[in-house]
Design a protein around this ligand. Sequence first.
Ligand code: FAD
Ligand code: EPU
Length: 338
Amino acid sequence: MEILRNTSLKPFNTFGIDVKAKFFCSVTSIQELKDALNNPLFIDLPKLILGGGSNVLFTKPFEGLVIKLELKGKEVIKEDENHAWIKVGAGENWHNFVLHTISSGYSGLENLSLIPGTVGAAPLQNIGAYGVEVKESIEHLEAFNIKEQQIQVFQNQECQFGYRHSIFKNELRGQFIILNVTFKLNKKPDFKISYGAIKETLNEMKIDTLSPKVVSEAVIKIRQSKLPDPNQIGNAGSFFKNPYISIHELKILQKNYPNIPFYPQSNETVKIPAGWLIEKSGWKGKNLGNAGVHEKQALVLVNRGNAQGNEIKMLAEEIQSSVEEKFGIKIHPEVNIL
Ligand code: FAD
Ligand code: EPU
């Protein structure tokens, strides 16, 4: 395993922030991962696990060891008439894995097409899009307990999945490294096409027979029409989570903003699209230094070229203040700020 010193992390984060890591290595096996964690040279230094770098914002150099997980492998471990269970290495590319499931005849992940990053990071924030969250297809996962130096199995319920939430992003943050994930996928598709523009896009595509492949193609088309490609312009997808507010708070807001969009979550709460709050606060398409708000999706902050992480963070803080001042709603970052 090669250890690099003073390496730029620019190619390893989709915001394209140019900061250095004191030490950097890629690991392709659990043994290499253990060796990196226990190497006496780095034992007292902070460690950062990196997948595709599509949900991080570096605001300063990383004065420790960055470990890029390259644990690979996809294996069908069980099958019955209706389902297949696939165990997948944390370092596999998420979108390539989704395409692999579709071409293998399995459904469940097609709505999650084109999300950047790795399989191992997907449970961390319970990735979601177009009416589906990854928690619906995860049976269990294996994670390395850094302190105890042993592998632990977490069943779906134990991961405490919620909206952009899991035990690994919160209570157990930094304590476990997800090594592999076992998905339970359907052999008989149960299509979820009621969300947003999926039906409309399928009509435009003149699709009359549904399949996981065409749903995936529709999702890809929608995503490409509004989300910036990180290869063209640095970003990490939605910068903030959509906030939850009470029905009581909604009713008060509706007096001034009768058209405020909302998604009921329970009898007491609704989710408000943060993109709408940011747009109505006047930020859509605006820049602050080299940091900007995407012109097609106000929830996405972008690197206009050579931005420093702190410029993006400052813009995010300005947006948080504006939204709170105008609507009395606090919005919180989804991106991991480092
Ligand atoms: P990284 O950015 O490398 O890591 C994210 C965090 O997870 C870090 O704190 C890291 O330390 C930790 N981590 C990474 N791997 C592991 C592991 N194996 N074990 C323990 N900790 C780990 N997200 C959505 O939910 N829905 C979307 O629709 C969506 N769209 C996006 C669109 C774009 C254009 C972009 C750039 C991002 C989008 N995202 C979306 C966010 C992002 O793709 C996901 O959060 C993705 O799961 C991050 O994967 P990654 O491998 O890049 O994680
Ligand atoms: N909206 C605006 N202006 C904007 C953007 C959005 O008014 O500039 C409003 C519109 O009312 C629109 C609504 O917000 O109908 C929802 O917008 P969109 O469908 O684009 O979804 P989102 O809520 O902004 C969420 C996820 C995305 C995911 C999409 C599709 C979060 C934080 N973001 O975005 O996930 O791809 O839904 O399901 O939940 C990510 O997490 O990085 C991410 C991209």
